[in-house]
Structure formats: structure tokens, C-alpha cells
Design a protein around this ligand. Structure first.
Ligand SMILES: *[C@@H]1O[C@H](CO)[C@@H](O)[C@H](O)[C@H]1NC(C)=O
Ligand SMILES: *[C@@H]1O[C@H](CO)[C@@H](O)[C@H](O)[C@H]1NC(C)=O
Length: 390
């Protein structure tokens, strides 16, 4: 009795210590060096649990989302009252909450009436292609890399090496842990440097580097940038390509507007790619919830605000990098008790609608157990080598 409890006890101890350091990935790596009997009980073979997979496929906010899209397609551009509105407001711009979900006021001006057909057409096409199709990963080259290559080929701003994939990509997250290391030069040495949500580099060059070849943003970012003088649609300048995922259908208006003046590709993520990212994160979140709490999976939605649950921009940027890069380096992801949440802001807490813990487990699988990741392997997609720099 005592004997059989011992491994369990040391496991608990290990997890307790690991949690205190907020370094989940380190815990999981440590387990690889544990005694065999412990390994058997913790590292399971990658047999994916069908119950979890099916549960991850249910989109709890789908009906509301459809309703909002139909409303906009019918030309009803008034103030929305849907889930995404207040939730995304909470996410980025608490003080601006009232304005969120509304079409930018200036666009209701007759001068912009000519943009409405394009807005509706883009939205309609987007909504129509929404479905689960994991092999969308293989189309990222054509959808993203080719336009970027054409842009850099014609401007000569960055010399792109020939080859089907970018030879190396850095995805730079915004965690304060970046300030504790000196990765600047290393980050800038990657062929592609992808930065997130308009994080500024000015004032931080020595820590985060200065090269940006792709800005990855959620559409809230462009929405605000589109109205701000000095940012107007172009966070890193008119010549830096932007890839953006749509968090609110109304943001197609910002897209249409900004696309008029942006001199580099402004690419909206394919909605099938969004669906895939959402499903992967949800799978990890549900799995983590069930394993940690021992509760039934039906309780997950209440615990995680299921209908507004969303992957983070960082997660999708990494997914994009997997599709267009030969190898992927991840910087500025993760947290530490003595580091700021963001290197460039004073935001204190993590956001409720993301499950960063679940995303960290996913990243750890990318590095250590890619075969355990659902959906990607079924689609026959080969995951390139990934390294995380803490
Ligand atoms: C799959 O996961 C659910 C939820 O954790 C669990 O109840 C079920 O027993 C699992 N099934 C298998 C075959 O492991
Ligand atoms: C965005 O701009 C590009 C380049 O000017 C153009 O080819 C494309 O049609 C535009 N897209 C929309 C939806 O206006």
C-alpha cells in the first residue's frame, strides 16, 4: 500500500512545485525522466478520446453568431448586442466598450456608402465557407506565403530566400518574460518575424528585436488602429503585411477600409483555418479541465464561458507559422511570477475568454509529442520542428 502510493505522492509534489513556478511545460518535461512505473501512469499513448473530440466539435455560440451575420447581411448595421461585443470589448479596450460591435461611425457617412457592397460580399463569402476542414493547413502557402513573397519580391524590403517554405520563422509573443532575456538579435535573424497584436518594439529593441515581416492581429486591433491617428490601419507601416482573424463580423468594414490604403497584403484568415484552431484549443481546454478537476466534460462550458471561448492570437500565429515555415521558434510565450503580463503594457491579468494553460499544453505537444495533437495528423499535415525559448 505504502509502496504503491509513493510514486503518486512524488508526482503530486512535482506538480505542486511546478505549478508554483508557473511552468507547466517544465513539469511535463521532467516527467520524461521519471521512473518507469510513473511514466506509464502519466504519459499515455496518443490514442485520442472520441468523446473529447466530438465534444470539442460543438460550437456553443454558433446560433448567435449566425444571427449577427444575417443581421449585417440584411443591411442592419445598428448597435449589436451579441456575445462577441462585450466579450471582445473586455479583452482589449475596456474603456471603449460602448463603441465595440458598431460599425465605425465615420463609415456611416454617405462618403463610404460605396464600401458597403464590398463589406457584404466579403462577409457573405466568409460566412459561407465556414466549416471544419483540417487540410486547410496545406493551403496556407497559397493563401499567405505567396502574397507575402510577391510583396517582398517587388518591394525588395526583405530578401526572401528561395524555397517552398520560409527557412525559419520567429513568432514573438508579448509576454513580459522577453524583458528577462536577450533574444533581440536571435529573433531578428529569422527569415520571418511575426509579431502579435500591434505590440510596439520602439523602446524595446534591445530585448525584442526590431525586425517585423508580418503583423498578426485580431480584428479588434485593426478596428482601433483604423480610427487612430498615427496608426490609421498600419500598425507597423503601410509596407508590412498583416494577417488578421475576424473576431466580429462587423470588422469586415475595417478590413475593406484599411485595404484601400495598405500597400502590403492585408489578409484575412480563412474561416476554415479559424475553425480548426478553435477546435484544437477547445480540445486541449476540455481535456485539461476533465483531467484537472475530475468533473464531467459537460461542466466545461460553464467553467470557461463556452459560447465566447476563443483561441488567442498567439495560438493562431503559431499555427500559421507551422503551415509556411521549415522551422518555428517561439519567443515571449509563457508567464512567470516576476515578469509582466505584457512587455509593453501594464495589463495585469490574463483574459478570461482564453485558456492559456491549455494552449501551453498544445505548444508543449508541438515540441515534444506532435503525434498526440488531434486533427492535424488526420489531415496528413506534417508539423515542422518547433522550439520554445523561455
Ligand atoms: C474519454 O473522456 C471522457 C471524459 O474524460 C471519459 O469519461 C471517458 O471515459 C473517456 N473514454 C475513454 C475511452 O478513455
Ligand atoms: C484589397 O486590396 C488589394 C490590393 O489593392 C485588392 O487586390 C483587393 O481586391 C482588395 N480587396 C478588397 C476586398 O477590397
Amino acid at each position: 500500500m505504502k509502496k504503491s502510493l509513493r510514486p503518486l505522492f512524488s508526482l503530486v509534489l512535482l506538480i505542486a512545485v511546478g505549478t508554483a513556478l508557473s511552468c507547466r511545460a517544465a513539469v511535463r518535461r521532467n516527467l520524461n525522466f521519471s521512473p518507469p512505473e510513473l511514466r506509464v501512469s502519466v504519459i499515455r499513448p496518443p490514442i485520442l478520446n472520441q468523446t473529447l473530440l466530438s465534444f470539442a466539435a460543438v460550437e456553443l455560440g454558433e446560433a448567435e453568431s449566425r444571427e449577427e451575420i444575417n443581421r449585417l447581411l440584411e443591411g442592419n448595421y445598428g448597435y449589436g448586442r451579441h456575445r462577441s461585443i462585450s466579450s471582445y470589448g473586455r479583452e482589449n479596450h475596456d474603456t471603449h466598450r460602448r463603441a465595440i460591435g458598431r460599425i465605425p461611425a465615420q463609415l456611416l457617412h454617405p462618403r463610404y456608402t460605396k464600401l458597403w457592397p464590398s463589406f457584404r460580399e466579403n462577409l457573405r463569402n466568409w460566412a459561407r465557407s465556414k466549416r471544419f476542414q483540417p487540410d486547410i493547413m496545406k493551403e496556407l502557402m497559397a493563401m499567405v506565403k505567396q502574397p507575402l513573397d510577391r510583396h517582398y519580391g517587388s518591394t525588395g524590403l526583405v530578401s526572401i530566400q528561395s524555397g517552398p517554405f520560409y527557412s525559419s520563422c520567429a513568432v514573438v509573443g508579448n509576454s513580459g518574460i522577453l524583458l528577462k532575456k536577450d533574444y533581440a538579435e536571435f529573433i531578428d535573424s529569422h527569415e520571418m518575424v511575426i509579431r502579435l497584436n500591434n505590440a510596439r518594439t520602439e523602446g524595446f529593441h534591445k530585448k525584442v528585436g526590431s525586425k517585423t515581416t508580418l503583423a498578426f492581429v485580431n480584428s479588434n486591433m485593426l478596428h482601433y488602429c483604423a480610427r487612430r491617428e498615427g496608426c490609421f490601419c498600419h500598425p507597423y507601416g503601410e509596407q508590412i503585411p498583416i494577417v488578421m482573424y475576424i473576431c466580429q463580423p462587423a470588422h469586415f468594414m475595417d478590413y475593406v477600409l484599411c485595404n484601400l490604403t495598405h500597400k502590403a497584403p492585408l489578409i484575412i484568415t480563412d474561416v476554415r483555418f479559424d475553425v480548426l484552431c478553435a477546435r484544437i484549443v477547445k480540445y486541449y481546454s476540455i481535456k485539461d479541465f476533465v483531467e484537472k478537476t475530475g468533473k464531467p466534460l459537460e461542466d466545461w462550458a460553464a467553467a470557461h464561458d463556452g459560447s465566447i471561448f476563443h483561441y488567442s492570437s498567439g495560438m493562431q500565429a503559431i499555427m500559421l507559422a507551422l503551415g509556411i515555415c521549415e522551422k518555428v521558434s517561439i519567443f515571449g510565450f509563457g508567464k512567470s511570477n516576476d515578469a509582466k503580463h505584457h512587455y509593453h503594457t501594464n495589463q495585469k491579468a490574463e483574459l478570461h475568454l482564453h485558456d492559456y494553460e491549455a494552449e501551453y499544453i498544445f505548444y508543449d505537444d508541438l515540441v515534444n509529442r506532435p503525434e498526440a495533437i488531434p486533427f492535424l495528423r488526420d489531415a496528413g499535415f506534417k508539423i515542422p520542428p518547433v522550439t520554445i525559448y523561455y
